[in-house]
Design a protein around this ligand. Structure first.
Ligand code: NAG
Length: 349
């Protein structure tokens, strides 16, 4: 190589190495190493739900109290998963990879889904037993023929569970069991999009045969992504000018948006399964729970239109935790009983 060429070559190398070590860039130790940026995008406000209890940051005024009921402390927590309506295999894989990333045995780089669940396992019952750190999918049931139609009410969600329990060999799992019903994007549910993106409660013996905690979450991709898949979709009035929606980590706005809602509901189910354990506020019919307190917060410095510091990969996809198999997810923070603040594993302070 001529001296001049060598010089040019080393200059271009310098240039390259500068690009990969600039202070904004941080590389995580993942299977496929790529450039990861830390970002804290300011976004247009979410079309807030009518009963949104979003609480930003931390406060001594938040009086999250224990009301003497049980938490999900048996290990592992067994999820009985009900797929209602039309679900593709790739969609199912994203959701199952998320659930299977919660347990400590899941292999994932930090900040991980399992580190995120550690905040949940800080909650205990009156015997001192912590919420379990392990969650498994015990059984799955597919209700592809919409056994109760494409419009469900809060009560008919329990009929869907009853149908699944009768049709599938779902054991009556009083000790560790919870149900998780996921509805496809063509299914409407009472209060969906207007007041809720998901909910949790417990089944009634008259409907299902016994009392078990359950949660429902819908795929909002067609009905209201700007509400329930925010920040992967933002309100239409912001279109043209202003910041746009963030890119979903697994390329499916509806399903990637569901992940944070599933995380929210599972965290609340685990700490308040019979709605008599951990919640703030004096009204048990409208409890403010550990997910409600941190809705819309995904990283350090969130609040006031900012979601907080999260990561963006080289393809522009936004996330804040790693899951198994190289998966990435964006999940909201949860209220920590120790810090008395919203907490997540991607905190930078
Ligand atoms: C159980 O909860 C207590 C109280 O929050 C906490 O100090 C402890 O670290 C928790 N244990 C586990 C295994 O999470």
């Amino acid at each position: 190589m001529s001296p001049l060429l060598a010089l040019l070559y080393s200059i271009s190398l310098l240039h390259l190495s500068h690009a990969t070590t600039s202070p904004q860039v941080q590389t995580l130790n993942t299977d496929q190493p790529d450039q990861v940026l830390m970002v804290n995008p300011k976004l247009p406000p979410k079309n807030t739900l009518s009963d949104s209890k979003k609480f930003e940051g931390s406060s001594d005024l938040v009086n999250l109290r224990y009301h003497m009921g049980p938490v999900l402390s048996s290990t592992p927590i067994n999820i009985y998963l009900i797929w209602y309506g039309q679900w593709s295999q790739p969609q199912k894989h994203i959701i199952k990879d998320f659930i299977n990333s919660i347990s400590p045995s899941a292999k994932a780089a930090s900040p991980s889904v399992s580190e995120w669940w550690q905040t949940v396992s800080l909650y205990t019952d009156q015997t001192g037993a912590n919420v379990s750190r392990s969650i498994i999918i015990a059984k799955e049931y597919t209700d592809a023929r919409y056994s109760h139609g494409t419009g469900l009410t809060r009560l008919s969600v329990q009929e869907v569970i009853a149908t699944a329990v009768k049709a599938a060999p779902f054991p009556v799992d009083h000790k560790n069991g919870i149900y998780l019903i996921l509805t496809s994007q063509d299914v409407t549910v009472q209060d969906y999009c207007r007041a809720v993106c998901g909910f949790h409660y417990f089944t009634f013996p008259s409907m299902v045969g016994y009392t078990l905690p359950y949660a429902w979450v819908g795929n909002s991709g067609k009905q209201c992504p700007e509400v329930c898949a925010y920040p992967f979709a933002v309100p239409a009035y912001m279109a043209g000018g202003g910041p746009g929606a963030l890119k979903a980590p697994n390329g499916d706005v509806g399903v990637d948006g569901m992940i944070s809602v599933i995380g929210h509901e599972l965290a609340e189910l685990a700490t308040n399964p019979l709605v008599n354990a951990w919640y703030a506020g004096e009204d048990p019919t409208a409890p403010t729970e550990i997910g409600d307190l941190c809705e819309g917060l995904y990283g350090t410095g969130g609040g006031g239109g900012y979601i907080g510091q999260v990561m963006r990969d080289s393809q522009g996809r936004t996330y804040n935790v790693n899951g198994r198999g190289g998966r990435r997810f964006l999940i909201q923070w949860l209220w920590s009983p120790v810090l008395k603040a919203c907490a997540g594993p991607n905190a930078t302070d």
